[in-house]
Design a protein around this ligand. Sequence first.
Ligand SMILES: [Fe+2]
Length: 152
Amino acid sequence: MSLRRAQWAVVGDTFPVGCKPSDKIVYPEFFEANPDTKDERYNTKYGVYEPNCGLRNVHMSWGHDEYLYHMMKDYLPESALYMMRYHSFYAQHREEAYDHLMDDHDREMFKYVRLFNPYDLYSKAPVPPNVKELKPYYQDLIAKYLPATIKF
Ligand SMILES: [Fe+2]
């Protein structure tokens, strides 16, 4: 596989699908290889969306943000869900490249996404964490906020 055909493998940032990808997304040059960029249904500023339709109506690229959001959506408060679902959406929370899809509620909730950001990239310690030592702390948190069995 050539590098030019590997856009699907560009991960890290998440972004809306179904509309023109912003050049603020990491490695924007790889989107040229995505067939959606040649499809007039998906390659315009709004694509399949209405102006300021709200992110609840926007399909995001798949990644651990989206996975965790779907696993937690029945259990955690909305502010926490926004932090999970959009923490890799750097093109918006850092660059504001998708403001045209956001509604006022999203803008309010993105305050929490930005508050979480210092704990995302480049926040890792050089020494691996001591799992045995930390596990009780995280198990207490899980027990506090989640039922013993979660829906899958
Ligand atoms: Fe992450």
